[in-house]
Write a protein that binds this ligand. Structure first.
Ligand code: BG6
Length: 495
């Protein structure tokens, strides 16, 4: 089926942090891909805000060079740090890319200077009133470190940029990157602040994992195949493992990472999103409120971690050599690895352990969810065998995206011996893989069309912090294990 464009209404995307690596590595390539696929509105512009004294032509040149990986050396972006970058070369050299550049104008500005916002307002009014003669949609993307959020948001609101230019047309929306706060208290404060300036339907909190094809497939797969739903509970499932392993280390992101650590960086968000999707109930309707509600219910049902249990059920590690990386405190106790055993206290999941595990500098890059079914009892078990027949369903998020089911089949021959076989599908073995969308393409597309389903809601963020914050607090009192780079994490991770 052909995809329809996000909206036919004129739209302006304003990117704060337009020379930053998120904008260069993820955002602008994603907008370009939408442009190539004709999925952007016919009247579309990008205003690229940064503090460098660039003209439009300078910025276009900068962008071209950056995308070709020439002049500036790019470290992997936050969300791409551990993936093989797309081949950026060819399409950014093309005539289509030159055409795309015409949509981008540069805006030199400083986040704390009133004039920068006044100038931006003038530009926006000029486009609407003189060029397009129509009230356009405005999408503000904060592709900047979270320390700048408050300043920028306050100014967007103060200078009336968040007010729509007409009653019936021209929405304004805000796209916000994680980390959304540092703990329950700071997240609540940021949310309260945002809530004063914008309505919930204007706020799009990004968790790029939710935009991954393989993650979106989890609920669709679960609720569309009757085969799985009846066994999706504590009667049949023994345990669930959720892993986000990266083979790369912190890749020069010391300043950011040392204040954050693995649990805040990927646990509070990506891993808990995976947990919610694998465990949630079928929403009563596909509308965003019902989906958010079901995802959030799971987070609320997580067994709170008592500080006395943290040493037993939540362990953390740091790879050897971390403290010698640039911008890391020499005695830093920031974790680069964690493994948590938790339970979901509801009828469906009572008693089933969920293992949440993530690490940097691990042996391999792999994100997956492994659902272990209980062992079956077979009366056909040959006397000389132990028959631990167990089905395992693996949701592969990356690098390969797909699902595999391990099942048991009779070995050919005169005995009743069984062997494990895999029933699987992978998007990568499918020719249509060329049509799958990148995380940020989905993020932008959904935001422009106003679909918040694959963004995080305020209650969901709050519930995630409520589970994580006590663990971080209690960790200060328990040992930090070390592990070798390229290994499977600390030996002590057997919880
Ligand atoms: C980001 C984290 O949110 O996710 C990074 O800040 C991490 O540290 C990245 O590398 C992982 O995302 P992906 O899509 O590469 O698995």
């Amino acid at each position: 089926m052909r995809q329809t464009i996000a909206t036919t209404k004129p739209t302006i995307l304003i990117i704060f942090g337009a020379t930053g690596d998120l904008a260069i590595r993820k955002l602008l390539p994603a907008v370009f891909h939408l442009f190539q696929k004709n999925l952007l509105p016919p009247k579309f512009k990008i205003i690229a805000w940064s503090r460098r004294p660039f003209s439009n032509a300078d910025y276009h040149k900068f962008l071209k060079n950056a995308l070709k990986g020439k002049k500036i050396s790019l470290r992997p972006s936050r969300s791409e740090a551990n993936t093989v970058p797309r081949p950026l070369g060819a399409s950014f050299e093309s005539k289509t890319f030159t055409k795309f550049l015409r949509y981008i104008s540069y805006h030199q500005g400083l986040f704390d200077i009133a004039d920068s916002y006044k100038k931006l307002k003038k530009t926006l009014v000029k486009i609407d009133q003189h060029e397009w003669k129509e009230c356009s949609n405005k999408l503000f993307h904060l592709a900047v470190p979270s320390d700048f959020y408050e300043e920028i948001l306050k100014n967007i609101s103060h200078f009336g940029l968040a007010i729509s230019c007409s009653d019936g047309a021209g929405w304004t929306r805000i796209l916000i990157e994680k980390p959304f706060g540092k703990d329950t208290a700071t997240a609540e404060k940021l949310d309260e602040f945002l809530g004063k300036l914008f309505r919930e339907e204007q706020i799009f909190r990004i968790d790029h994992y939710l935009a991954k094809e393989a993650l979106q497939n989890i609920t669709l797969f679960r609720f569309s195949n009757l085969l799985f739903e009846p066994i999706w509970n504590n009667k049949y499932i023994e345990k669930v493992e959720i892993k986000l392993f990266e083979s790369l280390d912190i890749q020069g992101r010391g300043n950011f990472y040392d204040n954050i650590g693995a649990l805040r960086d990927v646990g509070q968000n990506h891993i808990l999103r995976m947990l919610a999707l694998i465990a949630m109930e079928n929403p009563k309707s596909p509308d965003v409120k019902s989906v958010w509600q079901e995802r959030t219910k799971i987070l609320h049902a997580l067994q709170p971690m008592l500080s006395a249990d943290v040493a037993k059920y939540a362990m953390r590690g740091q790879y050897k050599g971390y403290r010698r990386e640039a911008n890391i405190q020499p005695n830093s106790t920031t974790e680069t690895y964690f493994k948590i055993k938790t339970f979901i206290n509801n009828k469906r999941w009572n008693g089933v352990p969920f293992y949440l595990e993530s690490g940097k500098a691990m042996k391999e890059k792999k994100s997956e969810i492994i659902v272990h079914l209980k062992k079956s009892i077979s009366f056909f078990c040959p006397v000389d065998q132990t028959c631990d027949y167990q089905n395992i369903i693996t949701f592969k998020i990356q690098p390969e995206e797909g699902i595999s089911v391990r099942f048991w089949a009779k070995k050919t021959g005169l005995t009743s011996h069984m062997e494990a076989k895999n029933l699987s599908f992978s998007y990568h073995s499918d020719e249509k893989i060329k049509q799958t969308v990148d995380d940020y393409e989905r993020v932008l597309f959904d935001c422009i069309r106003g679909d918040q389903t694959f963004f995080t809601g305020t209650e969901e963020v709050k519930a995630s912090w409520e589970f994580i914050t006590p663990i971080i607090a209690a960790w200060q009192k328990i040992p930090l294990y070390t592990y070798k780079k390229g290994s499977n994490g600390p030996y002590a991770a057997d919880i």
